[in-house]
Design a protein around this ligand. Sequence first.
Ligand code: GAP
Length: 505
Amino acid sequence: MALCKRRGFIYQASEIYGGINGFWDYGPLGAQLKKNLREAWWEDMIMRPAWGQNGPNGSRVRCLPLETRIVQHPKVWEASGHVGGFNDPMVDCRETKSRYRYDHVSVYVPAEGDAGERPLFAYMKDSPSEAKQLKKAEKAFGATKTVMLTTIAVTDFVKVLGPDAEKVGTLTAPKQFNLMFKTFIGATAGEDDTAYLRPETAQGIFVQFKNVVDTNRIKVPFGIGNTGTSFRNEVTPRNFTFRSREFDQMELEFFCHPDESQAWYKFWRDFRMEWWKSIGLAGDNLILREHEKDELSHYSTGTSDVEYRFPFTAPGFGELEGIAHRGNYDLTQHQTHSKVKLEYNDTERGELLPNGARRGERYLPHCIEPAAGLDRGVLAILCEAYTKDESRPSPEFMKFHPRVAPVKAAVFPLVAKDGMPEVAEKLHTELTDKFWRLGAIDFDEKQTIGKRYARMDEAGCPYCFTIDGDTLTQHTVTVRDRDTGTQSRIALDKVASFLTEKLGL
Ligand code: GAP
């Protein structure tokens, strides 16, 4: 977090006013990193979906983009279930005024038998309360075991010692908090004009499904992608940007025939895992976790999460993206609530008529939803890239995959004299004109060359090119590799092609 602030990746929103809980801004390096990640998603999910592979139907995967608004008709959120059910149950502590997610509170109880008059010791996993309460529980019970607070009757909360409390019985009964932000439409609006800021980008896709089908020559199976900002009034925003109140999502709804839906579910689940690996999250920190049957929504026949081992979840993992088989739940809901028919007429299926034509099969397509968090993706990439190596002159460096690195290269004159700045500026202009779409090309002539390399290491710039005395006589430059710190020489006129190759273009 310190490096993110110091180098301009992420700032606290409204920092000069003391900040605002759950909101974060991106500095110049962070804004470019986030743009690169969003574009990588757009290219690999919309422009050339799944890297041009064939899907389980044997044809190339087809997807279209869409951009829908943050404010939708309030009925959208009734149909989607967010008005009625998008709640987090919370318990408050009357003594410490802390608020906890009801289903996240654990409790130490005796390993066997009843606690009798002794208290039960509540704690939050991976917080200081875990060790503190364990000590007390072992003193009270000897052998202990953990149960979830949700398994303890609310009438027995009088026996529970809250995670950070001194007195027993201070936890309240759980209360529901709706996570949707409310707003009012119109300058003279009242309660009747309530609308919501979207809690997910996905619903905009279902609501425009019919328009997309009617106005494009696209046939099921196909996907619609939507990216943008979502809002959730999280009760406990925390872990840097991991759980924010305003964040960006990148969601695809892939519509297919029910018979093919399991194959498409597996296809997208596996591809999404490979995709996160391809942009630099390869290794032990990334897992694909298939949900157990009892974790699934009633309409879902399969959900997997791509999970990343964030420093604050380690040794556990935190969700980066969910890939859900949603059946035809959402289209059914919107069809019922809007009373507009959303059925798809599949002219490649259905009854063959005696004249050789097909009647067409009408159905509500099933939907596979890979739903990724853009800010969470940026956070995972920052965590993965952060590398410490005390043996280097720059002990902290950011090992970004070249595709997402915000600065692609830097050009330095070794000293700001003897004609070196002029040659360096010319090279800087040449590289900027060639690579500006992908990210910044930095130019720096201040401080020692070692300090300039260290600065670029912290920005995660993969290659630095230094113009020195030999450049003027032999037309070669020094290339420094961020990850190894090694230096080599290449021809001045080959720098652009070197970078093209190294950036994998
Ligand atoms: N349409 C399905 C949907 O929205 P979700 O699992 O609630 O599913 C998808 O959200 C992704 O959005 C998550 O995997 C996560 O990356 C991101 N996300 C959700 N809530 C977030 C929050 N409060 N802050 C940052 N990212 C969040």
